[in-house]
Ligand binder design. Sequence first.
Ligand code: PLP
Length: 353
Amino acid sequence: MSKFWSPLTASLEPYVPGEQPKDKKYIKLNTNENPYPPSPKAIVAMADAINEDLRLYPDPNCESLVTTLANRHGLQPKQIFVGNGSDEILAFAFASFFDPSKPVLFPDISYSFYKVYAKFYGITPKLIPLDEQFNIHVEEYVGEHGGIIIPNPNAPTAMLMPLDHIKLLLEQNPEQVVIIDEAYIDFGGQSAVTLVDSYPNLLVIQTLSKSRSLAGLRVGFAFGSAELIEGLNRTKNSFNSYTLDRIALAGAVASIEDETYFVETSAKVIATRERVVQQLEELHFVVTPSAANFVFISHRSIPAKQIFEQLRVEGVLVRYFASPRIDNYLRVSIGTDEEMDALIKALHILTVQ
Ligand SMILES: *Cc1c(COP(=O)(O)O)cnc(C)c1O
């Protein structure tokens, strides 16, 4: 606490990201980064963007990227917003669409950043419990509220909600904005982007950080009705006109255009996941059905915290949440086949006597 902090800053409870350790070389399966490099075409495009034009501000409307996304998804540019990572878009969306006089609804187990944004804007979260198998029941997302946000697939459970349930959610709540955070949708899910034309209250948020291997670039997108996108632009232009730099714009456009590479690397991650799920089950782990680039696992007899600590000693980093209901689970990102072989080998030693 400092006497120099505003009451707002003093009241905040900032998000704590998964560690990026420097002490030794770890097999890093703790922040859901993609194990494969970004598209080589994106790397060339970014290198080309490092030139004298950097003396000029970037395009504040990010037209090149917006147009590329509009073409890919069959939408109009006015239905698309881009930002400095989807976290930034989430922060703008909370400010733009959620009425602080009413609670915002999200699952009790979901992306922990939502509580942080709610706190920042003085919004009260109303947590809707997942059932014992971590399923979301959309019929519970009703009543007097100021908006809804749900990750699909959910994080950290990795579980996918079918598009039919999202439609129901949108139809039950026509007066509020429903945000679907699709950070992991490319690993086996069906995107709600196809619903954008039909539901003016839907905002779908995606990112280049996971399926496009560009967590280091910080680029995210939102798809929604023109009125929602205009709302996001009003908020953005009250903070910073230039959230994406010239290099990020060039890399993002080239990455989106390289569909072949994206399909190939996503398929590799999915294939590795399916193999690893089977091996984990053989080692007596309970594995939730994953449609993401990570798995959420619990051992039938050994506490998760103990496995987490022992894996760390063995040089394998995974994510452990000391939170109610999930403190006996580990979230493990899908790495390369070699990395996952090393994980399975370490788990074999730790769990089989
Ligand atoms: C990783 C993640 C994000 C953040 O993505 P960035 O685009 O890197 O900011 C948002 N939501 C969920 C659920 C995530 O897991």
